[in-house]
Design a protein around this ligand. Sequence first.
Ligand code: SF4
Length: 226
Amino acid sequence: MQRAVLPPLKPHPRHCIVPGGRGNLTLSSCAKTHMPAQPRAKLAAVTQSDPIPHPELEADCDRCFGLCCTALSFSRPDGFGHDKPAGILCHFLAGDYRCSIHPRREDLGYEGCIDFTCLGAGQRASQQFATQNWQRDPTTRRQMFARFAQLLKLQEIRQAMIEAGKMEIGEVQEQQRLQLLTEIAKSADGMGDSGTEENDVLTRAQTWLNEIIKHANRRGGPWRKR
Ligand code: SF4
């Protein structure tokens, strides 16, 4: 039987911080936090096709304070040239938040940096804290990192919901998908409500994806529009 197919989500080759800056997550626990367990594994496993680019998922490093090079931890076995704890600047991050070894990252063993995309979470979190004194105030800095972690979740699920638009789904499901996307966009683009409401929409979107995949797998393929 042909299995349900969705374009893969970009994995996090870097480890993530726990929202609130309480410590590190491993990559597997990151997956559980960002895309609660089962569906993420299925989505990532099922297809080789390239996702269609979407401007709302693009990273804009010019408007970011190098959050992926600061907030996240990484280690040698995951494709980085050195180990770095969460919340500490990579020693290659320059004062203008640019990578000082950018053209040589592969040669120097930083493939993990090349593979990673924040899906636009970095500039969103940075701009929310741009007028605050996060450089000098550790509490504000931790809040910015926590916001970055939450935005990573929102942008990942946003990507999955956008990609789900390629599937053959019923009218009702399509309306639900568009409604969820609107709510996710409101949160991710800075007009969101409380953290509780953001977590609620994350859970509902994940449940929707689970159901769509389960249904499509029960029905068998083909189920892609294109
Ligand atoms: S090597 Fe460059 S891209 Fe990678 S974490 Fe360090 S500053 Fe960022």
